[in-house]
Write a protein that binds this ligand. Sequence first.
Ligand code: EGO
Length: 437
Amino acid sequence: MYDNLKHSDFGEIFKDLFLFPFILQVGSLNACFFAKRDFVVEVFESREDIRKAKIVKGRSINLALSHRGRQALKHVGIEEKIVSKGIPMHARMIHSLLGKQSPIPYGKKGQVRLLLTYPNTKLNFDHKLLDWSEETGLMTFARSDGSTEQIKADLIVGCDGAFSATRKQFLRRRLFNYSQTYIPHGYMELTMPPINGEFAMKPNYLHIWPRNTFMMIALPNLDKTFTCTLFMPFEDFEKITTGDGVIQFFQKYFPDTIPLIGIDALKRDYLHLPAQAMVSVKCSPYHIGNKCVLMGDAAHAVVPFYGQGMNAGFEDCIVFDELMDQFSEDFSAVLPEYTRVRVPDDHAISDLAMYNYVEMRAHVNSRWFLFRKHVDNFLHFLMPKTIIPLYTMITFSRTRYHEAVKQWHWQNKVRPFEKNIFSLNSLIFFSYIRFSF
Ligand code: EGO
């Protein structure tokens, strides 16, 4: 039934990525979905109240919000409120080794407006899940004062991240598939301060420095800083141990960023914290009986190379919500159907994110990046209905992830110019490329 979902019309969509430097969680969004259905919802969070805490533990990798994520926010009426706190990025900005900047738009320009609502749900901070029972739905939580608390629920929704405590129970069961892969790259965040109170680079872009195994991106924050994220193999991170080493490395690969980040800040930030790890988690099924279901990173942590992690998690909520309608909120029907429908899509985006990681690390320097995107745009221009860039299908539509991958495989077969490099199409194409560089 779900498979008949209407596919999006690309022409109507605002092709912007939005950027969120603060914490946006699948769990709290899901709470809104359930509250909207008049369920009694309680949210449990192991940390203290993150709204009151001065410093929030855990890393804040910047999050890109695109169409799927926005649709989910729209379902619970908080799209505009959230979007107004993000910064739109209309295009990528590719930085070459020599510091040349080339923009490639994502498509039509977007717009931002404002509105606010938030349904009533009970929040319980400082509750760390120890265990839960699939027979009774009884959860046991640990508090920081050493006490434990037991709470019973009809349905347990585990949106507790890549290192999910809810998922531990699944691991003990037969026929549960699970895999976890750490990639050899780590990431490190560096801050680029404002210059004379203004952004140091153009703000409405996803800035990318593609350097094969080293990649850096910079994303704008509301306080006019940029967060630069450097992706690099751990072994390369470990080779650089001195301030001078840091500057030499940046001089070689990212020279245009040195004056913008500042020599002293760069040395300090780089040596201050070690690089962070990235893990990809896949599993199935996502549910146990009619008692428990995993969503978001708990079900499918992905590497960040497609900018889809949060969006996939938010879309999980929509898919579940749609099934709740179809099966009249009968958990014993909704949960297995959710697994059936969602696993192939989550696995597809997980594979795509990993594919992008492998692809970018293997051949994507700034020229190749520009070339590929111009090829994609050109083919789309020639055959707008038939050939849609994969990045566009994934980022700016709600085409099911696994369908987008199928479509992409099919497109790769029919791509005209790669079959016959001397065809008319390729002649048109090469003159187009000349123009656009
Ligand atoms: C040839 C050219 C093959 C995240 C380009 C593959 C990812 C990949 C991490 C970007 C955008 C949101 C991101 C594009 C490609 C965020 C993203 C892309 C990065 C890194 C990222 C694009 C946060 C891959 N989207 N993307 O097309 O603009 O293309 F560079 Cl390291």
